[in-house]
Design a protein around this ligand. Structure first.
Ligand code: URA
Length: 224
């Protein structure tokens, strides 16, 4: 199913997600526990997304004097060549995890919110702050929930059309996606890579992901 929703989609495989997601989906989970368990899941996501950035071959010698022919991520060899872009506010949670694995990664922010009073919950983009030279960087776009795809496409449009970032150089990382959002992004941006932990069933009439976990930003930042 996954590959038909977007041509460059990776669903991260980990048994840990079932147990971690049981905690973060539970309406009874308090904000402290939500932060704790979602950060554990996002750390796995951040590592997987980082591995979808360019890598270069690297042979190392192990303590047993054997050669291991491995690879290094550009996040480790040239963090200046990567910009982690958070779709504020929920994306800031995932940004914390990316900065734990790559403290000197460049950071960009896009303030994009759903207009909760409109029927289709359209994305309203109010502000962008990106580092100079972003067009030559690889971009890790961060938003925990891919619902309608409106915010993601607003961010992608700005990155690609206004800042000249190459579509192929963008990895979009999210915790939970749904078929509607993946297909919407596929229609407009088929060449980005998407790394998601989970594909849920659908959107409800309020454009929330089902079964989902409610509003990620509100739960992570304790503004429920
Ligand atoms: N944003 C969220 O935080 N949750 C959803 O279900 C959809 C969008």
């Amino acid at each position: 199913m996954a590959t038909s929703l977007h041509p460059n989609l990776t669903v991260v495989k980990s048994r840990a997600f079932d147990t971690l997601f049981t905690k973060i989906r539970d309406v009874e989970t308090n904000s402290g526990d939500f932060v704790h368990y979602s950060k554990r899941a996002m750390r796995l996501l951040a590592e997987e997304a980082a591995a979808h950035l360019p890598t270069s071959p690297q042979a190392v010698t192990t303590p047993t004097n054997a050669i291991y022919n491995g690879h290094l991520s550009i996040l480790d060899t040239n963090p200046d060549g990567v910009c982690a872009v958070s779709i504020v506010r929920a994306g800031d949670s995932l940004l914390e995890c990316v900065r734990e694995i790559a403290p000197s990664v460049r950071v960009g922010k896009m303030w994009i919110q759903r207009n909760e009073s409109s029927a289709d919950k359209e994305a309203v983009h109010s502000c962008t702050k990106l580092p100079k030279g972003v067009k030559d960087m690889h971009v890790l776009l961060l938003d925990p929930m891919l619902a309608t795809g409106g915010s993601a496409c607003a961010a992608l449009s700005t990155l690609i059309k206004e800042y000249d970032v190459a579509e192929e150089n963008i990895v979009f990382a999210n915790v939970i996606s749904c078929p509607e959002g993946l297909e919407f992004v596929a229609q407009h941006y088929p060449r980005i890579k998407i790394v998601t932990c989970w594909i849920d069933d659908c959107l409800n009439e309020d454009k929330y992901i089902m079964p989902g976990l409610g509003d990620y930003g509100d739960r992570f930042f304790n503004t429920v």
